[in-house]
Design a protein around this ligand. Structure first.
Ligand code: NAI
Length: 252
């Protein structure tokens, strides 16, 4: 008996990193997983490995969101779970970023979460409710600290923490708005986790050990440690949890 038996879940950005870990765990726990990603080959490969359905999607494309949700309902008759996971680190030098770079970060994190929720909620409401899990960040709760400001190309102008803070507030507001439909909306706020997103940042040994020391637990996180939290929020075990933005961050 799986913890997500009979549930239908869309997970964005499932081709690698946290999305791949979520997809793998959700499929193992019995969910019918729709794994989406802009990266077709990697997405298809992992979907085949875990018995999920792959759909190519750029999460910033509003029309594509409507198609993904309609195709999911055609395939499985309903949608129970949405994990808004796709994300990027686009801006290397925030002080010299282009407006296009700034807008892309906001679009991949905020527009996508908005569209995903907007088009999933009516479908979830029809079948009596659902669970949405948004990937925010601990950096959406506290901002970059001075170390990141000084050493990791962050200057107070980096749209990454700004967009993740936006996801936190969107989560809370949607939880209030859609609780009446039994739709729970929660966010995970990970600390620094080993994924392709952070490979560059962690490659410098000094940066990595300084970052490690900012996590009181004394190490950086693994994708499976985020996936287990996502599983809890997605499952009926979290039936009274909504509007929560949960740090999974080794105490950061
Ligand atoms: P990752 O870079 O390893 O994987 C992100 C996935 O999203 C990739 O498969 C990529 O192809 C996909 N993606 C990017 N842009 C897309 C788009 N426009 N449309 C569809 N798919 C797109 O990243 P990671 O580390 O797995 O991050 C997942 C989420 O967790 C992101 O939202 C990230 O901001 C967040 N996060 C990650 C942390 C970390 O330390 N790795 C910490 C806190 C939050």
């Amino acid at each position: 008996m799986g913890r997500l038996d009979n549930k239908v879940a869309i997970i964005t950005g499932g081709a690698m990193g946290l999305g791949a870990a979520d997809s793998t765990l959700f499929a193992k726990e019995g969910a019918k997983v729709i794994l989406t990603d802009v990266a077709s080959d990697a997405g298809q490969k992992i979907a085949d490995e875990i018995g999920a359905t792959f759909m190519q999607q750029d999460v910033t494309d509003e029309e594509r969101w409507k198609e993904i949700i309609a195709e999911t309902v055609n395939l499985h008759g309903k949608l129970d779970i949405l994990v808004n996971n796709a994300g990027i680190v686009e801006v290397g030098d925030p002080e010299n970023q282009t407006t296009a770079e700034y807008r892309k970060t906001m679009a991949v994190h905020m527009d996508s979460t908005f569209f995903g929720c907007k088009y999933s909620i009516p479908v979830m409401a029809e079948t009596g409710g659902g669970s949405i899990v948004n990937l925010a960040s601990v950096i959406g709760l506290v901002g970059y600290n001075q170390f990141m400001q000084d050493n990791a190309g962050s200057s107070g102008l980096n749209p990454y923490p700004h967009s993740k803070g936006g996801v936190v507030q969107m989560t809370r507001d949607m939880a209030v708005g859609f609780g009446k439909h039994n739709i729970r909306v929660n966010a995970l706020c990970p600390g620094f986790i080993f994924t392709p997103l952070t490979t560059g940042l962690f490659s410098d040994i000094d940066t990595r050990s300084k970052l490690q020391s900012l996590h009181p637990i004394g190490r950086l996180g693994q994708p499976s440690e985020i996936a287990t939290a996502a599983l809890f929020l997605a499952s009926d075990e979290a039936s009274f949890v909504t509007g929560a933005c949960i740090p999974v961050d080794g105490g950061y």
